[in-house]
Design a protein around this ligand. Structure first.
Ligand code: NAI
Ligand code: MG
Length: 485
């Protein structure tokens, strides 16, 4: 067999293996979910959600205005007062278990729908987003009847009505992260999905109907930032937000002086720190997972690689070879590694920041992969010769773009990793446990992974410090955000 350059190897060896789009059971239009029923917006307003891989419209979705948000909050309040606060923990557990089982039953439909609306590879929606969403409901189902053993006193009380605003990078999973602990703790909810990815939350609303969750316990209001702002302005007892640091700050200002509780899960600029004793092939897989998973649309992405100088050349050589083999393209193809960028706006932001990378003097390496003609695409990109002052080293790119910096000593690695306004997640790669612990203790981040990256488990708390926000989701800690403690 003739020798082929590494960059074309993978492209020649796979036939397309597309999942069928029909499994998503798309409808032409989707309504708001208020008081247990699907309804149109009071003023009839709608917006279109598109498939970012093709730029084709997928469906029209109701755009909730102030009146609709008020109706949803009123429905949640009624359900809280009349039904949910009188429901025992054991009964709440049963509903949560049912929801988890139904997510599993409809997992194929949900995975395809999520990949269509978001652009993420089916391999990820099928193996990560949907199973983890079910796992969160299973996990919190287990807590609902044991709250008195959660360490928050003998009889911890819910807060009341929670307004929950989520982003587009993990639409169904973020809905599960928000709803499962809130319901387990005895709250009712109004959920606001992101405007580019509203569909999986609306199918989840159907699942809640199937589970016979009492009317109004969960309401879903779709729309853009104005819908989110209306929810924040309404008489809710708690706001939980995941999204940009910028909007997080706006919400925090809006809630100043109000008794409304707040948790914020915002941006990040995670450092993935590689010491010279780490197993380098595993390291390369960890770097790829850290930054190219979900097109890099990950708040805790390992977007800054800090590699020890003595192995930097070796690591970068292996990394480039691996990046060349990433398959970019049709999100529904089971062989795809990197899917579409979620929106034209996000693609524009990635282009702008990478242009700045070049302008400020970093060296750019872009995978030679072919990109589809239509849709929003960005080839996996690695910047070397990055200085800590460069915008690509400081700002969240939220795309498949890695910035590489080097260090000589553990002290220098820690100083560089902490040189950010964020503090969400970091990774440490070393064979030496004592060194890993020494570094982890000094990193200012909510999560530190050792010899792995982007690993999520419903039992493990997740959240940030500094401009990455406050409050925890997941685990026993995740209950605290929805209890009056
Ligand atoms: P965004 O923060 O505007 O959107 C997140 C959610 O907040 C959406 O549901 C949106 O409709 C809602 N929202 C927007 N304005 C609001 C307001 N004034 N009040 C209440 N809710 C509001 O994020 P966007 O514009 O989609 O992305 C911009 C950048 O933010 C990205 O490039 C990325 O850097 C970062 N981001 C970070 C995320 C994370 O998980 N940490 C998730 C999404 C974006
Ligand atoms: Mg969409």
């Amino acid at each position: 067999m003739e020798e082929r350059p590494a960059s074309t190897l993978s492209a020649l060896e796979y036939d397309p293996a597309p999942e069928s789009a029909g499994l998503a059971r798309l409808r032409e239009g989707y309504g708001l979910f208020i008081g247990g029923a699907f309804v149109e917006a009071a003023d009839g307003a709608t917006f279109e959600t598109i498939n970012p891989a093709t730029e084709e419209p997928l469906a029209r979705v109701a755009q909730a205005g102030e009146a609709d948000v008020a109706a949803a909050v009123a429905a949640a309040r009624r359900a809280y007062d009349k039904v949910w606060r009188k429901t025992t923990g054991a009964q709440r557990s049963k509903y949560l278990f049912r929801i988890a089982r139904l997510i599993q039953e409809r997992s194929r439909e949900l995975a395809v729908l999520e990949s269509l609306d978001n652009g993420k590879p089916i391999r990820e929606s099928r193996d990560i987003d949907v199973p983890l969403a079910a796992a969160h409901f299973f996990y919190y189902a287990g807590w609902a009847d044991k709250l008195e053993h959660a360490g928050f006193g003998p009889d911890p009380r819910p807060l009341g009505v929670a307004g929950q605003i989520i982003p587009w990078n993990f639409p169904l999973l973020m809905a599960a992260w928000k709803l499962a602990p809130a319901l387990a703790a005895g709250n009712t909810c109004v959920l606001k999905p992101a405007e580019t990815t509203p569909l999986s939350a609306l199918v989840l609303a159907e699942i809640l109907q199937q589970a016979e969750l009492p009317d109004g316990v969960v309401n879903v209001v779709t729309g853009d930032g104005s819908t989110g702002a209306a929810l924040v302005a309404s008489p809710v007892d708690k706001v939980a937000f995941t999204g940009s640091t910028e909007v997080g700050k706006v919400i925090q200002r809006r809630l100043a002086g109000r008794p409304t509780r707040l948790t914020l899960e915002l941006g990040g600029k995670g450092a993935n720190i590689v010491f010279d004793d780490a197993p380098l092939d595993e390291v390369v897989e960890g770097i790829v997972d850290g930054i190219f998973f979900n097109q890099g649309h990950v708040c805790c992405a390992g977007s800054r690689l800090l590699v020890q100088e003595s192995v930097a050349e070796d690591v970068l050589h292996r990394l480039r070879r691996r990046v060349d083999q990433l398959r970019v393209g049709d999100p529904l193809d089971k062989n795809t590694d990197v899917g579409a960028i979620n929106s034209a706006a996000q693609l524009e932001k990635i282009r702008e920041l990478t242009a700045w990378g070049e302008r400020e003097g970093a060296t750019r390496y872009t995978s030679p992969c072919a990109l589809p003609e239509r849709g929003y695409w960005f080839a996996p990109t690695v910047f070397t010769d990055v200085a800590q002052t460069h915008r690509i080293a400081r700002e969240e790119v939220f795309g498949p773009v890695l910035s590489v910096l080097t260090f000589r000593t553990p002290e220098e690695a820690v100083a560089k990793a902490n040189n950010t306004t964020y503090g969400l997640a970091c990774g440490v790669w070393s064979e030496k446990g004592s060194r890993t612990l020494w570094v982890a203790e000094r990193l200012r981040a909510g999560v530190v992974w050792a010899n792995t990256y982007n690993r999520f488990d419903p039992a493990s708390p997740f959240g940030g410090v500094r401009e990455s926000g406050f409050g925890r989701e997941g685990g026993r800690h995740g209950l605290e955000a929805y209890l009056d403690v």
